[in-house]
Design a protein. Sequence first.
Lengths: 238, 264
Amino acid sequence: MNSRKSILVRGCTGGLFITVDDSIGSEELNDRVMERIRRVGPEIRGESIILEVDKRAMDSDALQSFQMRLNQEFGMSVQQLIAKSDETREAAKELRIRSAPVFTTGRDPQADTVSVPYTLRSGEFKRNPRGNILILGDVNPGAEVSASGDVIVMGTLWGVATAGALGDETAVVISLNMQATQLRIAGHYAYARSPKNSERGLHPEVALLENGEIVVRNFIEFNLLEREVKKSWGGLSS
Amino acid sequence: MGRVIVVTSGKGGVGKTTVSANLGTALAMLAHRTVIVDADIGLRNLDLVMGLENRVVFNSLHVMEGECKLESALVKDKRVENLYLLAAPQSRNKDDVDPENMEKMVKQLSEKFDFVIIDCPAGIEQGFQNAVIGAKEALVIVTPEVSSVRDADRVIGLLQATGIESLSYVLNRLSQQLVDRGDMLSQPDVQEILRVPILGVIPEDHHITASTNVGKPLAIEGGTPAGDAFGRIARRVLGEKVPVPEFRYEGKMARFWKWISGNN
């Protein structure tokens, strides 16, 4: 039993990245992976996993039973499936799990945007692990918002915002009035600004990652197109 | 059917009981039959603040459990016409309350009174849920501190998810002097976060401490900044448009000159 070699676990933002070798038989797959996750401390497990299965063929029943056990034992869910087999990806599609032949941190053009049509008050937490989140109101102090893609707040952001929760470093946080307690993008975090020099009124701003640091820029002057160019050219300009 | 108003805050020590007692008193003085219900089961103190401690025989739990009639548990305030108190038990705790019985009792009260003011316990647990259950209107008490605003915001979120139809807040213990120095949140600061209608501002007033200790609500006699503020809040509850005055801090010298010039 050298499960260490055949199952590789890495941490990623929001959960675990688990790579399963083809040497593991499909009947023991569930047990072995669960056992492996159990060895990871509960405090760093997170809530979702990205499962990489190489060329393994899995039908939707196998995938569903995996998903169910994962949920029952750890309360986690499969966030993304990386599989080279068309059959496996087809099964994932059936179960509405995002899948891709290779892992990329880039944004998913088909990502859903969840829209929240009110102000988030203290204690409320809204998240979208499958795309962007749009808040049509404020995010009050003590409230939290999180998305695997972008976070857009059409109001004042006072609370905590997480963009690129699963590791997308191109994700941004946009707000009409940026007063965030804390900003997090793809595992990097920043305290926005001290509440002392808060100004009233709306100054749309965007927070993004630049050279591993979160910077906040004026949204009007900032050219989002530039970011698109950087992304498609693999960051040549930086 | 009378109006049922729950006075709540989330955070403790921001003045729920003081506001309940004084708002109830002020409403009664405007000739509305009013009962103030202490919903803080196990930590009763509304009767102390109202100065009615020695007259409490039965409490709300006796009523809810059918040990006495509602009428015999109501304590009539002898100083103010139309004002009644329904005390909480001190020896039991919040788990002893059956939410259904609470709702029934509140409904019964609302048939007898014009106003039922419910003094809610701190926190957002069962005690809060029980206090809110029969109310249609809520008054959230908030002091100009970040922690209080944060908790009030949480409570407003919870109230909006229940059957509350009308919701406003009272800004308590505002010191204009501290606001001017930049040491205290101002009313616009609080409004910017809570975004619900404000019913009134009560200035920080040392008379409150004394009135609480002797058990005589400030609203009974006018002439104090906080007492007058309660009167204005009561009139706004009744639908009158009463402007919020500016609470200017007056130093000793300023008060002296004002006294000299006679426009007091």
